[in-house]
Design a protein around this ligand. Structure first.
Ligand SMILES: OB(O)c1ccc2cc[nH]c2c1
Length: 234
């Protein structure tokens, strides 16, 4: 998976070179390039925003720099990328989308700021590539960068070879097909500040352990995400 990330704050993405994601890049399993949107401006002040038509507070990102950025990235692309635009007004990002984009050869992330990107950019882009406007949750950030950091981590960890034991991807929360939240995990010591590890986990009886874990998953999901249970039973 290769990603182009377009932003007015390139330094936001330095953390991607840390930990598992950075290790995956150094191993050649994934790659990305961060681009400063202002590279596609031509005025002295590298202007990327202007006042909204129709009035209202804040500023809107101008379409021209985005159009030139997408033209350049498409010209260089080996295959047609998917354009992913983080926005509070988007479809929910999900583990299924993370898997889909982990298998994609090329994605382009467009990080909006201010009140967002001129709506014509997504409309224009959709004539040249698949476009997905995606939300990472029902809250509002100041821009798309944090959303892209979160999505990059969710996506890259699913690329084959990135996590040491692929089995660890199977039983985690929101594992595609399971729809249940992960069961609680324990490690040594067996007793800690008066709290003991559940006996069944010390039994060595794999069938009983599995049944206990399934029950804890359903119990936890019913308590905090009953909507997933409905989907799971659908
Ligand atoms: O909350 B978000 O995911 C998000 C995404 C993009 C922009 C652009 C301006 N505010 C934003 C918020």
């Amino acid at each position: 998976m290769y990603a182009d990330i377009v932003t007015i704050f390139p330094d936001y993405f330095a953390p991607l070179d840390l930990s598992l994601v950075g290790k995956a890049r150094r191993a050649g399993l994934v790659n990305w390039q961060v681009h400063d949107l202002r590279s596609w401006t031509h005025d002295r002040h590298h202007t990327v925003d202007d006042t909204p038509y129709g009035g209202g507070a804040g500023m809107v990102m101008k379409p021209e720099p985005w159009g030139e950025a997408l033209d350049d990235l498409l010209d260089r692309a080996w295959s047609t990328p998917t354009l992913i635009i983080p926005t509070p007004a988007g479809e929910p990002f999900s583990q299924a989308l993370a898997y889909e984009w982990a298998a994609a050869s090329h994605v382009v992330f467009a990080c909006g700021r201010y009140e967002g990107i001129d709506a014509r950019v997504a409309q224009y882009a959709a004539t040249r590539m698949p476009v997905r406007e995606v939300s990472i949750g029902d809250y509002v950030l100041n821009g798309g960068e944090v959303a892209v950091l979160a999505m990059m981590e969710a996506i890259v960890r699913l690329v084959p070879g990135v996590v040491g034991n692929p089995e660890s991807l199977v039983e985690e929360s929101h594992a595609v097909g399971s729809g249940l939240l992960e069961y609680p995990a324990y490690t040594k010591p067996v007793s800690w500040r008066g709290w003991d590890v559940p006996e069944v986990l010390l039994s060595g009886h794999h069938g009983r352990v599995e049944a206990w874990r399934q029950e804890r998953s359903r119990e936890r999901t019913a308590a905090v995400r009953p909507d997933l249970l409905d989907a799971d039973n659908a």
